[in-house]
Design a protein around this ligand. Structure first.
Ligand code: CTP
Ligand code: MG
Length: 241
């Protein structure tokens, strides 16, 4: 049987508004290396074949020099400009993969460049689940109780905690499932409001079920200033393992 290819769309085209820093968070230094380096190095040492790095049009040269060339990442095949919202950036990545000849049965992982602590164990579970289910997303059971509020900020509903997951990336799909879902959504503006992850696009636009795969509590997204201190602490812990 013909080998199926697996690609990662590695997202680093955000502005990082909530970080309120001079340098965009994906390029902030963590132990002397840009945050984005950490996820890129995990994929470099993984079974995936191709990485498409999506970044701001103004950061392509920086990424080529300070990330790809400096650390010798061979799996980053293209660095392309992203778009205004996260889903625009993902769509640019999907179109790049189509140009690289990705076919319906191949696999695509989408990963936030702002999640430095994806690791080989998470990847192994994600790659296994995408082969079995066709669509999956990393996540962890919520430690906190989650409430949905009404418009005035009063508690309206408390979902059963055992069913509440905090969703992470990587999220993985067959090329056919994710491309079909995105093509549909990009043609319908009413479906684009409030889209924050890829599983959501598949849930909304197709009949496919998305398996929730065990991620890890360390697989945090660096979002606000205090997250950098947490990331430094995790980096130390990882080094001590
Ligand atoms: N991202 C992207 N293109 C965008 C928006 C986000 O590639 N138009 C990427 C970010 O670089 C990040 C990931 O998607 O790696 C998750 O997004 P988020 O944490 O929201 O990052 P930002 O959008 O940069 O931050 P903020 O929402 O605080 O502005
Ligand atoms: Mg954002």
């Amino acid at each position: 049987m013909e080998e199926r290819r697996t690609a990662v769309i590695l997202l680093a085209a955000g502005k990082g508004k909530r970080m309120q820093s001079e340098v965009q968070k994906q390029f902030m230094l963590l132990n002397g290396r840009p945050l984005l380096y950490y996820a890129a190095s995990v994929f470099e040492r993984s079974p995936v074949q191709d990485v498409i790095l999506v970044t701001g049009a103004g950061e392509i040269e920086y990424c080529r020099r300070e990330i790809v060339e400096k650390y010798g990442f061979t799996k980053i095949k293209q660095i392309i400009p992203g778009g205004k919202e996260r889903y625009h950036s993902v769509y640019e990545g999907l179109k790049a993969l189509e140009r690289l000849g990705y076919k319906e049965t191949d696999y695509v992982l989408v990963h936030d460049g702002a999640r430095p602590f994806v690791d080989a164990d998470i990847l192994e579970r994600i790659l296994a689940d995408v082969r079995t289910y066709g669509a999956c997303a990393a996540g962890m059971p919520s430690k906190d109780t989650i409430k949905l509020s009404d418009e005035e900020g009063f508690a309206r509903h408390t979902p059963e905690r055992s069913l509440v997951w905090m969703i992470q990336t990587p999220q993985a799909f067959t090329f056919s499932i994710i491309k079909t879902a995105y093509d549909k959504m990009m043609g319908r503006e009413e479906y684009q409001r409030g889209v924050t992850d890829d599983a959501m696009v598949v849930e909304t636009m197709t009949e496919e079920r998305v398996k929730l795969t065990e991620g890890s509590y360390r697989n945090m997204k660096v979002t606000t200033p205090e997250d950098m201190a947490v990331a430094e602490a995790f980096l130390k812990l990882n080094g001590e393992r």
